[in-house]
Design a protein around this ligand. Structure first.
Ligand code: PBG
Ligand code: ZN
Length: 274
């Protein structure tokens, strides 16, 4: 993705510095481990890549809000978001790993844990584990309404995480289904989510609006890689005015109810708005 890179820890600290300099209040980290395996060991290793990066960033920029994406697809050899056995993703064994990962992330200094795997019961399992480990003040940002979307394509390439068989429709939501999004958000809220997210953003503004209105929680929207890449590609061809169309997209997401937006345009948008 234009302007986005896989960083070593020292370069991640530099990138965090750019965010701080631009007045961006927080960043989310995704990790790519040295080795991927069946158990996603790199996700919950105390010296795992995001744990190490979080410590280094917090050291230098203690006031930058650090969010941890919590999922296993970047860490498993098969690229699925959970433990796989006989070609199936197993929900409950994945929860045990999610609990462990959340505690290791909180211990590394992350301020917010953001589970994105869409396993049933993950928010409850993570809340319980955090509370039990002395992290009852660490909030959970639930990727509550996450659709099985083709807009994730560029991310999967960048994060080396496409599933090696099948797809994610067993755990992510059907784009045609609105009611299921409301049920998923309600469950995450019941299980203790402090903030919720809708993902992707622009194609799902109806869902975003409804989530903000019905639940009234701090609500975020994730302008995902495909949304970003489409604007970049069209702009490169001279077909659209990049600055105007990017800001219009972000404004629309905000108008629909997002209290905060995860976007690959963060640095550029901050510069345009300064
Ligand atoms: C992993 C994850 C994905 C994204 C964020 N976390 C990919 C997926 O679900 O396949 C996509 C983000 C983007 O496209 O920008 N669970
Ligand atoms: Zn995943």
């Amino acid at each position: 993705m234009p302007g986005h890179f896989q960083y070593s820890v020292d370069n991640a600290v530099k990138a965090a510095g750019l965010a701080v300099g631009a007045g961006i209040p927080g960043v989310i980290l995704f990790g790519i481990p040295d080795k991927k395996d069946e158990k996603a060991s790199g996700a919950y290793a105390s010296n795992g890549i995001v744990q190490t990066a979080a410590k280094a960033i917090k050291d230098k920029y203690p006031n930058l809000l650090l969010m941890a994406d919590l999922c296993f697809c970047e860490y498993t050899s098969h690229g699925h978001c959970g433990i796989v056995s006989k070609g199936k993703v197993l929900n409950d064994p994945t929860l045990t790993l999610a609990a462990k990962t959340a505690v290791s992330q909180a211990a590394a200094g992350f301020d917010v844990i953001a589970p994105s795997g869409m396993m049933d019961g993950q928010v409850g399992a993570i809340r319980k584990a955090l509370d039990g480990a002395g992290f009852s003040d660490t909030p959970i940002l639930a990727y509550a309404a996450k659709y099985a979307s083709a807009y994730y394509g560029p991310f999967r390439e960048a994060a080396e995480s496409p599933p090696s068989f099948g797809d994610r429709s067993g755990y992510q939501m059907d784009p045609a289904n609105f009611d299921e999004a409301m049920r998923e958000v309600a469950l995450d809220v019941e299980e203790g989510a402090d903030m919720v997210m809708v993902k992707p953003a622009l194609p799902y503004l109806d869902v975003l609006k409804a989530v903000k209105t019905r639940f009234g929680l701090p609500t975020s929207a994730y302008q995902v890689s495909g949304e970003f890449a489409m604007i970049k590609a069209a702009a490169k061809n001279g077909w659209v005015d990049e600055r105007k169309i990017a800001l219009e997209s972000l404004t629309s997401i905000k108008r629909a109810g997002a209290d905060f937006i995860l976007t690959y345009y963060a640095l550029e948008a901050a510069a345009w708005l300064a």
